[in-house]
Design a protein around this ligand. Structure first.
Ligand SMILES: [Fe+2]
Length: 194
């Protein structure tokens, strides 16, 4: 039986329709994650050049590629994590869905224990470590469950699709130092294909 492949355009169309009536996070994740699961089942939906490391610059093993940016905030990108890639715990300040297309990725989630009264300090506790596998989608729920650390401990690149309700570029976010509790504000720069 022929399999009908789900394209990036169809994914964006379905997400746009879903977001039209300002649904709550539960509805976005419920429907949206099933759309994303369909998309990541078909790696060819993403151009091959956006499924490999950039191969140049300060992080040649990494790659971040913008795939879609809508007026409604919907932001879709592919992210390639090279072997040994590590990113310290950080938050997102938007809802997010992350689906793995290729290889595995370690994602450590943290919960915040302090009362958030200080801008420069946070007390984090490790919640869980998940090894994300191809076909799996993890969710970022603002203020509830959205702080994670990323590690690619394998010897080859991992490819993911990131879907956010707001473009990360220019969004004021926070990095966390587990040892000292220090909070450092940061913003993401442009994607590698912009
Ligand atoms: Fe992240």
């Amino acid at each position: 039986m022929a399999t009908v492949k789900y394209s990036l355009e169809e994914f964006v169309h379905d997400m746009d329709a879903l977001l039209e009536n300002n649904p709550n996070h539960e509805k976005i994740f419920d429907r949206g994650s099933s759309y994303l699961e369909r998309l990541i089942r078909n790696p060819e939906a993403i151009p091959a050049e956006y499924r490999r490391p950039l191969g140049r610059g300060p992080r040649p093993g990494h790659g971040t590629y913008k795939l879609h940016q809508g007026d409604n905030g919907l932001s879709v990108s592919s992210v390639v994590w090279g072997p040994g890639d590590h990113v310290d715990p950080h938050d997102h300040h938007t809802w997010g869905m992350i689906g793995v297309i290729e290889n595995f990725l370690g994602e450590t989630r943290f919960r915040r224990l302090d009362d958030r009264s200080r801008k420069d300090y946070a007390l984090l506790e490790k919640d869980r470590l998940a090894i994300s596998k191809p076909g799996e989608v993890s969710l970022l729920i603002p203020e509830v469950d959205e702080i994670h650390q990323i590690d690619n401990e394998t010897d080859r690149p991992t490819v993911e699709i990131h879907v956010y309700g707001h473009p990360l570029m220019g969004l004021n976010r926070c990095k966390f130092d587990l040892a000292t509790g220090k909070v450092t504000p940061f913003t993401s720069g442009k994607a590698d294909n912009e």
